[in-house]
Ligand binder design. Structure first.
Ligand SMILES: [Zn+2]
Length: 381
């Protein structure tokens, strides 16, 4: 099984400039490769392959000698990134690949192989750079796969390592109605569960978000190009980083707990992009970082032999009574609670949706039958 580990690096001043050189050169090669792809297509109507791009890198080095100071495998890693950007574009219709900007908050470069970790001396050895001190807080074994070195917006350096431990993932455990948990994305809460539990966003996160808003205002009030604006920007970057760490920790806690306590987790496939366009939901959805939470659930499920079930996003999970199947076409986003006129159940909107998500996913698995009375109404939706 592949596992990912992330460690903080503590480079010397010299190493910082070498790391930055790698970052800059890789960005340069990425943009060059993207440009080659576009131009080749415009001129010939054909696509240039990664293999051909890699063959051109030595030519590129002739006119840009400084590229020679950088690990060639890192440079070649960028043609792979361009290629996967195109694959995603064609497969997910996810926006045409963009050029990388110096201004992106997180800058990184790949180290495909030939690096080492020394747990005893707490160092990571990178090609062309050498041994860098690192905070190796977690020991692991396994075959080292690709690593990525990144620089955060506040100038901290990290290495993320993928390692294959050679073990088969555990066999999937069976699940049924009592051991499956449905989760709905909350609007007010972070998530609402089919067991009626609601998971709130933690208070510290809310406080940080408040502070973020305040700092954003402060930046916009300072004069462009002024020292004060730069200072305010740095503060803003710091709070951004803090929020993303806090959110990450929170999501790790929740996802581990949910995976531990249930055999299967049922989710709705969300069109997060579509939802973010809707101003009303924008704040809550993007704050919740739903997709990174789902990613954590999915890989943890894999590690522990649990299952993540998904239902399509067009299934009417909010409007259907989870008890009798009555379809409430009048339900609006504002209605937090509703009464089913058929079976007289009082519903919490989100809990009802979470229960339906669980039911739909189990119907998909043929684990429960449809026993709702208004099946006809449901099937013509
Ligand atoms: Zn009902």
């Amino acid at each position: 099984m592949m596992k990912a580990f992330k460690f903080r690096l503590d480079p010397t001043t010299n190493q910082i400039s070498e790391l930055n050189q790698h970052i800059g050169s890789c960005r340069f090669v990425y943009n060059w490769a993207l440009d080659q792809k576009i131009k080749t297509y415009e001129q010939t109507g054909k696509s240039i392959s990664r293999f051909d791009l890699n063959k051109l890198i030595p030519v590129l080095k002739l006119s840009n000698e400084w590229l020679g100071n950088v690990n060639s495998q890192s440079l070649q890693g960028m043609t792979k990134q361009v290629e996967s950007a195109f694959t995603r574009f064609f497969r997910e219709k996810n926006g045409f690949p963009k050029f990388k900007s110096k201004k992106n908050p997180i800058q990184s470069f790949p180290v495909p192989q030939h690096y080492n970790i020394d747990f005893e001396n707490c160092t990571v050895k990178l090609p062309k750079i050498g041994e860098i001190k690192a905070v190796l807080h977690k020991k692991f074994e396994g075959e080292l796969k690709t690593a990525t070195v990144s620089r955060s917006c506040t100038g901290k350096y990290y290495i993320s390592i993928l390692a294959e431990d050679g073990k088969e993932p555990p066999e999937k455990q069976s699940f049924d109605e009592t051991t499956t948990l449905g989760i709905d994305v909350g609007i007010k809460d972070f998530a609402v569960l089919s067991n009626e539990e609601k998971i709130e966003n933690p208070k510290y996160l809310k406080n940080s978000l408040q502070r973020l808003k305040c700092l954003q205002k402060r930046v916009s009030k300072k004069q462009k190009g002024s020292n004060n604006r730069t200072k305010a920007r740095l503060q803003l970057s710091k709070i951004h980083e803090k929020i993303s760490n806090q959110r990450d920790n929170f999501q790790h806690q929740i996802s581990s707990k949910l995976i531990r306590e249930n055999q299967a987790i049922a989710l709705e496939t969300l069109n997060v992009k579509g939802m973010v366009k809707n101003q009303h939901l924008a704040q809550s959805i993007s704050d919740a970082g739903w997709s990174s939470f789902v990613t954590k659930l999915e890989y943890k499920a894999e590690w522990y032999g649990k299952t993540v079930l998904r239902i399509g996003r067009f299934e009417p999970s909010s409007k259907l009574c989870s008890v009798c199947g009555y379809y409430n076409s009048n339900l609006t986003l504002k209605d937090r609670e509703w009464f089913c006129p058929d079976c007289k159940t009082k519903h919490d909107r989100d809990v009802n949706a979470a229960i339906n998500i669980k039911k739909f996913s189990l119907i998909d698995q043929n684990l429960i039958g449809i026993h709702w009375s208004s099946v006809k109404e449901f099937s013509c939706l």
